[in-house]
Design a protein around this ligand. Structure first.
Ligand code: 5GP
Ligand code: ZN
Length: 122
């Protein structure tokens, strides 16, 4: 089955969610999976991912937008657990080519543990 640019059976994040590709899992519930980024850009760099394969933000159908609530609820749960609730953190969602999205399975980056710069487009 082909979904947009990504064949589901070839999608790295689908494989991680299924457990056929290893990852450092930090959280899982019915709809969301979270794991450490393989190339962290901050001391804390976790990817928060819907279990259902959707390519990017615009691929989420209107009737399925509750997934955004679920993803951010997981961020609220994880921030204190990862020790970054007090110091602050950044959540990044890259969608499409200009945003340098590289994995076409929707995900939030949860970044923290360091003082970040002011630029968000560098
Ligand atoms: P994007 O650029 O699409 O917003 O972010 C994709 C992220 O996935 C990158 O930060 C990249 O380091 C991470 N990534 C790519 N392949 C793997 C992998 O196999 N395992 C893990 N844990 N992260 C990955
Ligand atoms: Zn996928």
């Amino acid at each position: 089955m082909t979904v947009g640019k990504t064949k589901m059976r070839e999608c790295i994040f689908c494989k991680i969610i299924k457990g056929t590709l290893p990852s450092q899992k930090v959280f899982e519930n019915e709809h969301v999976f979270a794991f450490k980024d393989i190339a962290p850009q901050a001391p804390v760099h976790v990817l928060v991912v819907p279990k259902a394969h959707v390519e990017d933000l615009l691929d989420v159908r209107t009737q399925d937008t509750s997934i955004f609530q679920e993803l951010f609820q997981v961020v609220q749960h994880l921030a204190p657990q990862l020790g970054i609730a007090g110091s602050g953190f950044r959540v990044v969602l890259n969608s499409g080519d200009h945003a340098c999205q590289t994995i076409y399975h929707l995900h939030l980056h949860l970044l923290g543990g360091t003082q970040m710069g002011g630029s968000m487009v560098g």
